[in-house]
Design a protein around this ligand. Structure first.
Ligand SMILES: *[C@@H]1O[C@H](CO)[C@@H](O)[C@H](O)[C@H]1NC(C)=O
Ligand SMILES: *[C@@H]1O[C@H](CO)[C@@H](O)[C@H](O)[C@H]1NC(C)=O
Ligand SMILES: *[C@@H]1O[C@H](CO)[C@@H](O)[C@H](O)[C@H]1NC(C)=O
Ligand SMILES: *[C@@H]1O[C@H](CO)[C@@H](O)[C@H](O)[C@H]1NC(C)=O
Ligand SMILES: *[C@@H]1O[C@H](CO)[C@@H](O)[C@H](O)[C@H]1NC(C)=O
Ligand SMILES: *[C@@H]1O[C@H](CO)[C@@H](O)[C@H](O)[C@H]1NC(C)=O
Ligand SMILES: *[C@@H]1O[C@H](CO)[C@@H](O)[C@H](O)[C@H]1NC(C)=O
Length: 541
């Protein structure tokens, strides 16, 4: 295992590979290919990020990967999923679980086991659709890639052992020929890298080919086109969301996230410095309260400006119980006016993370939260007060988290209120509703349109954090999408001005046949009356 937070493993799905591998099988390689039991093989591998779905969904996901022509699954190991507490490593449990699951799904048959391979291919993009965690096929891409895998497998023998020659036709058109000179077998790739000019290529006795700009044709036997990357002809369906008729509107209860203690500076421990957030929370909660007080010896109020330097990711600032502003970013400076009254003044800063940095050099050491600050108060007409080494009181997490309000069986469930007028657009609220889902297998999603930022649970199972009030840039989309030319992130952008995510998958394994409970913690302010449940079903194009 590497010392970083992940490593990669490849699980070979192909029955014959694994059965052979576990007995007297020889795995070898040369400059051309991996050689399994003396045969050079082309192995297609795809990624499944297993913690993004429930373990109940894995067999189906693996089956779809295999149906799409993959021979192997590659996955990151998500360290945080296997070491919930420091030095309590549960990796072995996971390996056993996933291997057994593959066996059960009949993908390995009887002596199977995982083998470790190097990465042999670059990523093609996601074959699962939007809300891909739901396990839908992303058509037509899935079908197109399935055909690609099949086309390349036709040439497996020659591609992994033959000689290669390239002939240039000019204007960016190349013919690459793999051949076995003894048997005369051939396999060809006819590529056109010209970004605007389609090509008509005459290969004489091997035929004439139309190769659109920025595409590659695969010629089986060098004389029969079996695939072209620009000609998508997968007969397909698309996935659409269908509202679930619940009969009645969802009826909501709500509860206040009580913050009176923290607004008055009451924490669990203190320090004369601004502690880094992960250090303080041990990742037990996204939320950390930083609290201090300032004595105003004078007899009058002062206009002041609060300055906070945060290493991210979200800050909510309160002065004397008044919310003076919120801000988010990876690394930002917060500046808002505040009034300093005579006597004791309470400063309460709630810092939240929405995930931690997960790549790059020394990413685990990257600071979060107020981490050293500084926090300053600039009072009109006076020198600025540096509060960084004040006595800071700390509290990890929310009171509602401690009371397990997200759990329908919480002993504190009596605090839920029903009122004709539901609080809307107000921060720090909990919402609860019940719903029924018709039986079936089609994936269920909850549409959290109208909500701000927070966390959602179904029957006590976390659906994850939500943030539909985060709106994608309104600029950069266009009605046309030209795939030709090199990829750029700003190319073929869609959904400008829409929530970056609005639908959240509700795994069927979280649901029961009777009444289910959805609980939301809303941090910024939202309107649950727009929330609805939908199923994702296939529809003809
Ligand atoms: C076309 O073939 C030439 C000669 O082998 C090679 O240098 C060039 O990189 C090829 N172009 C592409 C796009 O493969
Ligand atoms: C693409 O085709 C055009 C027109 O035939 C030609 O002028 C241009 O040089 C070609 N580009 C490349 C990269 O070959
Ligand atoms: C590859 O080319 C060399 C030299 O032309 C030839 O000796 C050899 O047999 C070829 N190998 C195959 C597999 O075609
Ligand atoms: C090339 O074809 C001959 C004749 O079919 C075969 O014996 C030989 O193994 C092939 N070479 C390679 C490298 O696959
Ligand atoms: C800081 O913590 C110490 C030890 O628990 C406690 O005695 C003290 O009262 C605390 N100070 C403040 C200002 O909360
Ligand atoms: C604070 O500023 C406001 C507006 O600039 C002003 O009306 C008010 O008198 C100021 N208060 C104090 C205490 O200086
Ligand atoms: C504020 O205090 C902190 C901690 O004592 C110190 O590191 C920092 O340099 C000070 N900032 C300014 C602007 O004086």
């Amino acid at each position: 295992m590497s010392s970083s937070y992940w490593t990669e493993i490849l699980l070979i799905l192909n029955l014959s590979f694994v059965c052979l591998l576990s007995s007297a099988t020889q795995v070898d390689y040369d400059a051309n290919a991996i050689i399994i039991n003396g045969e050079r093989r082309v192995i297609f591998s795809g990624a499944i990020h297993y913690p993004r779905s429930t373990s109940q969904m894995w067999p189906d996901l693996i089956r779809k990967a295999k149906d799409g022509g993959l021979d192997a699954i590659e996955t990151y190991i998500f360290w945080n999923a296997h070491e919930p507490q420091r030095h309590q490593n549960e990796m072995q449990i996971f390996i056993t679980k996933i291997v057994n699951m593959c066996k059960e799904a009949n993908l390995f048959a009887p002596q199977g086991g995982p083998i470790i391979l190097a990465q042999i291919e670059n990523e093609y993009g996601n074959i699962m659709g939007p809300y891909k965690e739901a396990g839908n096929l992303n058509q037509p891409k899935w079908g197109h890639l399935k055909q690609l895998h099949e086309a390349i497998k036709l040439g497996e023998k020659i591609l992994t052992s033959g000689n290669v020659t390239t002939k240039q036709f000019g204007n960016g058109v190349n013919l690459t020929t793999y051949s076995n000179t003894t048997s005369g077998e051939r396999f060809c790739f006819l590529s056109n890298t010209n970004t605007s000019q389609d090509a008509n290529v005459d290969l004489q006795q091997d035929g004439k080919y139309f190769v659109p700009a920025w595409s590659v044709s695969i010629l089986h036997g060098c004389n029969k086109e079996v695939y072209n990357t620009a000609k998508v002809n997968t007969e397909t369906t698309v996935m659409v969301k269908k509202p679930i008729e619940l009969g009645t509107k969802l009826s909501w209860m709500w509860a206040q996230e009580t913050i009176r203690d923290t607004l008055h500076g009451k924490g669990r421990f203190n320090a004369t410095k601004l502690i880094e957030q992960k250090e303080a929370t041990s990742d037990e909660s996204d939320y950390l309260w930083y609290m201090t007080s300032i004595e105003n010896m004078g007899k009058s109020s002062h206009n002041a400006t609060l300055y906070v330097k945060s290493s991210g990711q979200v800050l909510h600032a309160y002065v004397n119980s008044k919310h003076i502003g919120s801000q988010f970013g990876y690394d930002f400076e917060f500046k808002q006016p505040a009034i300093l009254r005579p006597g004791k003044n309470f400063l309460t800063l709630l810092s939240a993370t929405v995930g931690l940095q997960n790549y790059g050099e020394f990413f685990d050491l990257g600071p979060e939260g107020l981490a050293g600050g500084p926090v300053e108060l600039n009072v009109d007409g006076m020198a600025s007060l540096n509060l960084s080494s004040n006595i800071w009181n700390y509290k990890v997490g929310l009171n509602g988290e401690a009371k397990r309000l997200y759990d329908p069986n919480s002993p504190h469930a009596h605090i839920w209120k029903t009122s004709k007028k539901l609080p809307i657009g107000k921060p720090m609220k909990w919402y609860k509703t019940s719903f029924k889902i018709p039986p079936g297998t089609s994936p269920v999603v909850v549409d959290l349109q109208g909500m701000g930022k927070g966390h959602a649970w179904v029957n006590g199972n976390s659906l994850g954090r939500y943030w539909p009030s985060q709106i994608a840039d309104t600029n950069g989309c266009s009605d046309t999408c030209d795939y030709r030319g090199e990829y750029k992130p700003e190319k073929c952008v869609t959904n400008c001005g829409n929530p970056s995510q609005r639908w959240y998958h509700v795994p069927r394994s979280f649901l029961n046949d009777g009444t289910n409970t959805l609980i939301l913690f809303e941090e910024m302010g939202g309107n649950p009356s727009h929330v609805s449940f939908q199923t994702v079903v296939a529809a003809a194009v």
